[in-house]
Design a protein around this ligand. Structure first.
Ligand SMILES: Cc1cc2nc3c(=O)[nH]c(=O)nc-3n(C[C@H](O)[C@H](O)[C@H](O)COP(=O)(O)OP(=O)(O)OC[C@H]3O[C@@H](n4cnc5c(N)ncnc54)[C@H](O)[C@@H]3O)c2cc1C
Ligand code: SF4
Length: 327
């Protein structure tokens, strides 16, 4: 690990000034950043520890919830209003990492965790994300965990967050603040596709701190988060689906579908959602939505299986969400 300096501001103003120092980076729970520093995939010169900032509240706001950026993944998953009104979010969080990690990991840090592509962590391997212009080892390498949607020839990595997939289905927003201004970014616009610049993963500007995640009023309908992984705990998604189905008798009034493990960002399957509106509840309708969700998907060899897996996981999650609504 390279040498770095460290400070722990007690207030926002000091933190937002400190991040202007050369090579500065925010540190929250440290569960991803410190690992990346150990393998020198990240080499900040200065750490601004924001873990003690007063951003730890979960509060009702305009019929929804405002979640402070320093709320831990454990506290968010266990919060009574989250469990009652946004169960897919609670399930997504509980499907991530381990109890110890969730106690330390924060809401803001979870959104900004970086890909688990093996080559990104291996400093001897070409990787456009870690060393722009060096190439992508995964394209011709072992790419079982990689993207099937929205990838580019520069990078086929996927975003690893479970929480962000549920937030995408819930139409959440991310509140960010710099020394000069505060703004909100739709979660679906927060992360970027890799295109030619995979090193730029979000639309955050330099010096912006995530201060909160804003959940709109809970949507009507049954909510499900389903994650498929190689082992039952402590593993990242091969494919995950956050699904929401609202019914009017036997007809589907509305549906939302977000996928994880398939793209460089949480992937909203809008065409599949539109195809379900007004359809009669049936296995065929959900199977068709699964197919629509993976339209245009491209496998890279080892990850070809993900296309069928994603289609089937979408259909299964929609079925479970509809069953909840009927129950
Ligand atoms: C073994 C293991 C298994 C895991 N399994 C899963 C899993 O299955 N699913 C899953 O979703 N996650 C999983 N994780 C990842 C874990 O959820 C993330 O590491 C964690 O959420 C990151 O939060 P943090 O607060 O520790 O962030 P940090 O490591 O402190 O920071 C991560 C990044 O966010 C930036 N940052 C942090 N807070 C802010 C802020 N408020 N504003 C601006 N920038 C900020 C930092 O600069 C850094 O770039 C796993 C991690 C490990 C180690
Ligand atoms: S997929 Fe992306 S992160 Fe992985 S080696 Fe290629 S450029 Fe690097």
């Amino acid at each position: 690990m390279r040498a770095f300096t460290y400070e722990r501001p007690a207030d926002m103003a000091t933190a937002l000034t400190a991040i202007g120092k050369p090579g500065a980076k925010f540190l929250a729970g440290g569960t991803n950043l410190l690992d990346l520093m150990k393998v020198e995939a990240e080499v900040p010169q200065h750490l601004v520890d924001v873990s003690r900032l007063p951003l730890v509240d979960i509060a009702e706001e305009n019929g929804g919830l405002r979640v402070g950026a320093m709320v831990t993944n454990s506290d968010l998953a266990a919060h009574a209003l989250v469990r009652e009104r946004y169960p897919m979010l609670s399930r997504a969080l509980l499907n991530g990492a381990s109890g110890q990690l969730r106690n330390q990991a924060t809401t803001g840090g979870n959104l900004l965790q970086r890909t688990r592509c093996y080559y990104f962590y291996d400093s001897s391997a070409p990787c456009n994300k870690r060393a722009p212009g060096s190439g992508c080892s995964a394209l011709q390498g072992y790419n079982r965990i990689h993207a099937i949607l929205g990838a580019s020839d520069a990078c086929i990595a996927v975003h690893p967050s479970d929480m962000a997939v549920a937030l995408a289905a819930l139409d959440a927003e991310v509140e960010v603040q710099s020394a000069k201004a505060k703004r909100r970014i739709k979660i679906t616009d927060f992360h970027r596709l890799p295109e030619a610049t995979p090193q730029k993963e979000t639309n955050l500007n330099n010096g912006e701190l995530i201060t909160a995640v804003i959940l709109p009023p809970p949507p009507a309908g049954g909510q499900v988060y389903r994650k498929v992984r190689d082992r039952a705990s402590y593993d990242f998604a091969l494919v995950s689906v956050a699904a929401l189905v609202d019914l009017d008798g036997e007809r589907i009034r509305s549906a939302r579908i977000a996928l994880g493990g398939v793209a460089h960002k949480p992937w909203r399957a809008l065409e599949a959602e539109r195809g379900l509106v007004g359809a009669t509840l049936s296995d065929d309708a959900f199977a068709a939505a699964g197919e629509a969700a993976v339209k245009g998907a491209q496998g890279r060899g080892h990850n070809d299986f993900k296309i069928m897996l994603a289609a089937r996981t979408v259909a299964r999650a929609l079925t479970e969400a509809a069953q909840q609504r009927k129950a």
